[in-house]
Ligand binder design. Sequence first.
Ligand code: NAI
Length: 338
Amino acid sequence: MKIAVFSAKPYDEEYMTKTNEVLGQGKHEIKYIKSPLDEAHVPLAQGCDAVCVFVNDPVTEVVVDALASYGIKLILCRCAGYNNVNLAACKKHGITVARVPKYSPYATAEHSVALMMTLNRKTHRAYNRVREGDFSINGLMGFDMNGKKVGVIGTGKIGYLVCKILKCGFGCDVVAYDVYQSAEVKSIGVEYVDLDTLFRTCDIISLHCPLFNNTKYIINDEALEKMKKGVMIINASRGALVDTKAVIKHLKNGKVGSLGVDVYENEANTFYENHSSDLYLSDELLLRLMSFKNVLVTSHQAFFTQEAMQNIADSVFHSATQYQTEGKVTGEEFVPCE
Ligand code: NAI
């Protein structure tokens, strides 16, 4: 099948091309497109059988209507989350949506802990100091992770691993909140608590639930008011789980001691592109956020390991081939459009 791969970066091309070659006679025809799949660029999908999109491609109703008019019946998300795809529009047109459910939960879990440890031990600031010949350590004091109370919101594949690393590795006192309580998580000694208790008692809060209507701004002004002074918040899930304006207010008043984010609610305008030659960054909210010394922003790279990139390519082509041969995608890759 002919697949239009949108938001294609050099690393996508590398992994997708080499993985497709392995399919031999069953290989697909790939058209790499640097632009995102949005209303302006959707005509580039004409002549293809499927599109392959990434996390920030706005696959709106207008985009889906256009895809349907070109006869496209398959959207392949090369990510786990699919909140950027209008599923109702896909259902209307009978378009199948597939995703990559578990390309590497380790990648994102480990990056989340890396954000925690960098903020705690201030290695980002130490690196810069030493390079400038400043070997003083004033202001770089951290705290022992051992014994700290950590609250994990969302204990699926990634949240479970974060619990395991923190509980079994560091000896943290880990509590969790999820709408579904996992026996696996409980088996490592993690206690489920209600959200209110988690907000009020934790030294570190790490977000690993998906972005749904009911999780948007789960970290808002009201939640932040309840938290312990100096709380560390980590978000490597989806940007809009955190109300950025509210968190800035509480960074200013000292309630939030540090913030590590791999995702940001307006990231689609900035992330994944090189803006180093721009005169200024146009996103004033992001600029304000980055102005705090106790805030660490990475550009949605938690997933970005060799293992994850290989699994993404394998999974995308598996879904494409299955759709081509069976007319459907099954298993965890299939996204129900209900
Ligand atoms: P998963 O589906 O295995 O786990 C999600 C968990 O969230 C489930 O246990 C579910 O019951 C829980 N949940 C659902 N609604 C909730 C609510 N209202 N409150 C609390 N918990 C709730 O997903 P996985 O693989 O662990 O990924 C989690 C999220 O991480 C994804 O949805 C995605 O947004 C994000 N992600 C970010 C990446 C990055 O590069 N920064 C890479 C991969 C995923």
